[in-house]
Write a protein that binds this ligand. Structure first.
Ligand SMILES: [Zn+2]
Length: 104
């Protein structure tokens, strides 16, 4: 596989801190770039789940499968927050809050 050798990522061999899978993984505390955005997986864990991953005396690596799941969880969280903001901006009448209980 020539393509794999051309990847710019420097991967470290070890166990994934999240699922314990052995392999070549990225680091939790290191800064990466994904689609033009900075990402640090340990920070995303804190924002998304309020989990401060302790990497002292244990693995500081995360596998690609867990990275995908973490990104998906974080984008779902961002969507829910955006939806909440959008609903708060809508007039209560449009939300239908006063539709019930009206007498004609
Ligand atoms: Zn994993």
């Amino acid at each position: 596989m020539e393509g794999a050798r051309q990847r710019r990522d420097i991967l470290t061999r070890g166990a994934c801190r999240c699922c314990a899978a052995a392999g070549y993984h990225r680091e939790l505390m290191k800064e990466y770039n994904f689609e033009g955005n900075r990402e640090v997986y340990a920070e995303i864990f804190m924002e998304c789940f309020n989990i401060n991953l302790d990497t002292h005396n244990t693995s500081n690596l995360i596998c690609s499968s867990c990275i995908h799941r973490l990104r998906d969880a974080n984008s779902f969280r961002e969507m829910v927050l955006a939806g909440q903001r959008a609903l708060q901006d809508v007039d209560p009448l449009q939300r239908g809050e006063f539709a019930q209980g009206t007498v004609s």
